[in-house]
Design a binder for this molecule. Structure first.
Ligand code: 0R9
Length: 645
């Protein structure tokens, strides 16, 4: 028997509950749940790697787009008879057919990459129409096949083998998942993040669905781990670090494993990417709070000890954090996540643990790196002075504005709504005066406000902060929203809980939407994070069939309407050239009316943080070569008919 000791495995129950309530095990049967299957198998392979037995993992998406293979070069799952199983099954079969059978459950010396504590193999098996495990061990190639979790025979030798390893191929069950197509980009991103979180791990990604042969195989390996992640994050945002080398600290003890990398940049935004057991914690949590405490206290201790703050300048925690960019990678035994999307860490003890690791290390590092510390101190004093100056300016403006008249500071061209309850108020940002006019007439005045955008919206990615503030259109938006921007943003003061971009469905409209989203992303990101930003979908076609009038958002809808409704009736189709052409009542009926309209909520997916940074920088940044590269790489993805040239 293997040194793992198959007797450690706890056998609890069969797989039926998983098929009955898949959501309980993988979060749902939508896109996230579907991809969860891969993350589970992948984590089992990563576990073998971080325990020092495997060096390479290969992940392949087959040409059909729904069959995935994960292979590692570890010891191979034990295929011998399971010592505690009365039925005499192999350890492999027990692992794949018994719920809650997993070595990691016992919390022994075995390290885990995350996921379902190693119970994932049986869950993936239960939810796959077919799953094949191949094991190379002791010179033999073993194989066992399952259908919907049921073994199709015992594990058997099917050939000879060199080396050792495990290979799992599975196809998700279409009776469970409404859509069984995997998203290659999402997989690639998750794989790359894994190689940052486990420095030295090599993952080979094969996407057999890629049209271009050259793009089928990608290799991910980041020996620098989280420190390299930090460098790439700073670069992806096109920022300049003020430190030559980032501050890093690493600890591995009974309480957990933690690795932190921090730097400060010349930019004013604070960016912290954190991960718990390999899972991105988009909404932060106790580990991030612990890190913030540590940074604040360590820097403050340094400032006090060296008496470097000029008289008249007071430093607050925001000044210390301005420009901070960091990555935090934590592994703990029993993470508890909270929040709607379960991406906030909630373990109270973790705050003190992280602070206890980070604070003394940062204080020591500052004292040992005087030049770097001087750079940070200068940066912090600069931030404090700028804050104090902007507060004096704001006070001067406020003195001119009568108390309680927040509406007086609103842009002149805003047609505001009458309600003062932000939760029910909507602000439509509308392209052009004529569409703005229709929207003003057609809207529900009670809770719908209209701000027409006339001039050019500035590309916030390429402009300095001062230029952004000076841009009439952007400054009007900020004034109308009432919640400030940048690090002074205060969502409690937000005047509308839905901010809706209403643009023509043509290339100009898309361009303005992109510019506005870039601005929100860079300067008012909490609006996106909290789900306040939406895109309206005005119709492109009016289709009159007999006596009835219908609206279609695109060609597909138009064709469907005609196919389903027309019969022998006469069909008249007109295409809107722009929103301005639509009369106010049509605009209300099709696009503004909450009961009939379709809004798209702008969201950044969990795994997309670094990718979103890169996309915005490449697409909107100053580097024309990067933009060209971005467009050319994705040229194939564009639907020729959707291009409006
Ligand atoms: C392709 C995905 N890889 C895996 O699922 C995978 C699981 C696994 C593993 C072991 C080695 N490689 C693996 N790959 C392993 C082997 C031994 C001890 N512990 C773990 C050994 O040879 O002694 N296993 C993970 C759980 C189990 N094996 C077990 F419970 F079946 F033992």
């Amino acid at each position: 028997m293997s040194d793992y000791g198959a007797s450690q495995i706890t056998i609890l129950e069969g797989l039926e509950p998983v098929r009955k309530r898949p959501g309980m095990y993988i979060g749902g049967v939508g896109k996230e749940g579907l991809h969860h299957l891969i993350w589970e198998v992948l984590d089992n392979a990563v576990d073998e790697a971080i325990n020092g037995f495997a060096s390479t993992i290969q992940v392949t998406l087959a040409k059909d787009g729904e069959t995935v293979t994960v292979e590692d070069n570890g010891r191979g799952i034990p295929v011998e008879r399971h010592p505690k199983d009365a039925a005499g099954r192999s350890t492999l079969e027990v692992i794949y057919t018994v719920l809650h059978a997993g070595g990691k459950f016992e919390q022994g010396a075995y390290r885990t990459a995350g996921g379902l504590h190693g119970v994932g193999a049986s869950v993936v098996n239960a939810l796959s129409s077919k799953l094949v495990v191949q094991v190379r061990r002791g010179g033999h190639l073993y194989e066992q096949t399952f259908r919907r979790g049921v073994p199709q025979g015992d594990v058997a030798v099917v050939g000879e083998a060199r080396g050792t390893g495990t290979k799992v191929t599975f196809k998700p069950d279409s009776r469970i998942f409404p859509n069984t197509d995997f998203d290659p980009q999402l997989i690639a991103r998750r794989l790359e993040v894994k190689t940052y979180l486990h420095g030295g791990l090599r993952i080979v990604w094969r996407d057999e669905t890629a049209k271009d042969k050259d793009q089928r195989v990608t290799e991910f390996k980041h020996d620098g781990g989280i420190v390299e992640y930090l460098d790439d994050l700073i670069q992806a945002r096109d920022r300049r670090a003020i430190l030559e080398e980032p501050f890093t600290v690493e600890r591995d003890d009974d309480e957990g494993r933690i690795h932190i990398a921090l730097s400060w940049t010349e930019s004013t935004d604070v960016v912290l990417h954190s991960f718990v057991n390999g899972i991105p914690t988009q909404d932060g949590g106790t580990h991030e709070s612990g890190l913030r405490d540590a940074i604040n206290r360590a820097v403050r201790a340094y400032l006090d000890a060296h008496d470097v703050v000029p008289r008249g300048v007071t430093i607050n925690p925001d000044d210390i954090r301005e420009g901070l960019t960091g990555a935090l990678n934590l592994f703990i035994a029993e993470p508890q996540f909270q929040g709607q999307t379960k991406d906030k860490l909630n373990n109270p003890e973790v705050r003190a643990y992280v602070a206890g690791v980070a604070r003394p290390a940062l204080e020591q590092w500052l004292n040992a790196h005087q030049t770097q510390a001087h750079g940070i101190v200068t940066r912090i004093i600069q931030a404090a002075k700028a804050r104090q100056a902007s507060r004096s300016a704001a006070q001067a403006v406020r003195r001119k504005t009568p108390v309680g008249s927040r509406r007086l500071n609103l842009p002149g061209k805003l047609a505001d709504c009458t309600s003062t309850d932000p939760a029910e108020c909507e602000l439509f940002l509308v392209e052009g005066d004529s569409a703005g006019g229709s929207a003003k007439q057609g809207r529900d005045r009670q809770n719908q406000a209209i701000l027409p955008l006339r001039g050019k919206v500035l590309n916030a990615e390429q402009a300095t902060d001062r230029k952004v503030l000076a841009n009439q259109e952007l400054s009007d938006i900020v004034k109308a929203l009432g919640c400030g921007m940048g690090r002074h943003i205060d969502l409690d003061a937000l005047r509308y809980h839905r901010i809706i971009l209403l643009m023509d469905a043509d290339s100009d409209g898309h361009h303005i939407s992109t510019l506005l989203l870039t601005f929100f992303y860079r300067y008012m990101k909490p609006l996106i994070d909290e789900g306040h930003v939406f895109i309206a979908q005005p119709p492109l076609y009016k289709v009159v069939i007999g006596q009835e009038t219908y609206w279609a958002a695109d060609d597909r809808q138009k064709d469907e309407l005609i196919a389903n409704k027309a019969g022998r009736s006469k069909v008249e189709i007109s295409r809107f050239k722009g929103l301005g052409e639509m009369n106010p009542s049509t605009l209300y009926k099709t696009t503004l009316d909450p009961l009939r309209r379709h809004l798209l909520c702008v969201r950044i997916a969990d795994d997309d943080k670094l990718a979103t940074e890169t996309t915005i920088t490449e697409l909107m940044g100053r580097d024309a070569a990067a933009r060209y590269h971005f467009v050319m790489e994705r040229a194939d993805e564009a639907d020729a008919e959707a291009l409006d040239i």
